[in-house]
Design a protein around this ligand. Structure first.
Ligand SMILES: [Mg+2]
Length: 259
C-alpha cells in the first residue's frame, strides 16, 4: 500500500507519563492549580481569603468532573480555559467580588497553561519516538499528523516544542481547539484536511493510538489502524473488538508498515 499519511495519538503513543497512577495524575493537577491560584491572587482577580479560595476550588473541581463526564458522553470537549471562566463566573454568582473585566482570553489561556504545567514535566517521549518521526519525515509525499484528546491545546504544543518535535508534523490537532474528541469522525477528517489530504485519502492513511477512541474512530472512516499496546491499564478501559488488529509494543514498529 502506498501510504499517504500517518496520524499519531499523543499520550501513551508518542509520549508516556512516567510511573502513571490516578494519585499521581491528581497530584499533578493540584500542583498546577496552586500556580493558577497564585496568579489569580497576584492579579487581584480574587481576594486572598481562605473561604473564597476554598469555594473556588470546590466549584472548579465539581465543574471539572461534570465537564469530564459530559465530554465522555457527548464527545464534545470542554477546554480548561472555559472551565476557569465558568468557575470564576459561578464564584461571582455566589456573591463574591470578582474583577471580571480583567479576565481576558489571554489570561484564561495563562491560567490553563499553568494548571497543566506539571504535565509538561511528566510526559516524556518514548525512546524510539524521535527516530520514528525522523525516519517518517524523510519519506517523500508522506504527511504526518497528530490528534490528541486534551482540554488544553497549548500544553500539547509546548510538549512537542520543548522536545523539538513540533517540526515533524504537518498538522497538530487537539480536541480543545477543534471542540470535539476522538472517536468522532469529524476530528479525523479535519486533521486529514489540515495535512493537505481529503476524505478519499483515509484508506491510504494509518492511525496509531493506544485507546479505543483512536482505533475505533479511525477504523470507522476507513483508515488503517495500529494499536500501540500500553503496559498501564486505564480505569474503565473500553475494549477494542476489531479482528486482525495490528498491535505494536514499540513505536518504531510502525515503520515496517510503510513499505
Ligand atoms: Mg493515548
Amino acid at each position: 500500500m502506498n501510504v499517504r499519511g500517518i496520524i499519531f495519538d499523543f499520550g501513551f503513543t508518542l509520549f508516556s507519563f512516567e510511573n502513571p497512577s490516578v494519585e499521581k495524575y491528581f497530584d499533578c493537577f493540584n500542583r498546577g492549580m496552586s500556580k493558577s491560584i497564585k496568579v489569580l491572587k497576584q492579579e487581584k482577580i480574587i481576594e486572598d481569603n481562605d473561604q473564597i479560595l476554598e469555594d473556588f476550588m470546590t466549584i472548579f473541581n465539581k465543574k471539572r468532573a461534570t465537564y469530564f463526564k459530559l465530554a465522555m458522553k457527548t464527545k464534545e470537549e470542554f477546554p480548561t480555559t472555559l472551565l476557569f471562566k465558568t468557575a470564576l463566573a459561578m464564584l461571582k454568582e455566589k456573591g463574591y467580588e470578582i474583577q471580571e473585566e480583567k479576565i481576558k482570553e489571554k489570561f484564561l489561556e495563562k491560567l490553563a497553561e499553568l494548571y497543566h504545567s506539571c504535565e509538561e514535566e511528566e510526559w516524556k517521549p518514548d525512546d524510539m519516538t524521535r527516530f520514528t518521526l525522523e525516519t517518517l519525515s524523510k519519506i517523500s509525499n508522506l504527511k504526518i499528523g497528530l490528534i490528541s484528546n486534551h482540554p488544553n491545546h497549548k500544553t500539547i504544543k509546548n510538549m512537542l516544542k520543548n522536545n523539538k518535535m513540533k517540526e515533524f508534523f504537518d498538522a497538530i490537532v487537539t480536541s480543545a481547539k477543534f471542540g470535539k474528541r476522538k472517536p468522532i469522525s469529524d476530528i479525523f477528517f479535519h486533521t486529514l484536511k489540515r495535512m493537505g489530504l481529503t476524505k478519499n485519502d483515509a484508506e491510504y492513511c494509518i492511525m496509531v493510538g493506544d485507546e479505543a477512541a483512536d482505533i475505533i474512530g479511525a477504523n470507522r472512516i476507513g483508515m488503517q489502524i495500529i494499536l500501540k499496546e500500553r503496559e498501564y491499564e486505564f480505569p474503565y478501559e473500553k475494549e477494542i473488538n476489531i479482528p486482525n488488529l495490528i498491535r505494536i509494543k514499540s513505536i518504531d514498529e510502525v515503520l515496517q508498515y510503510l513499505n
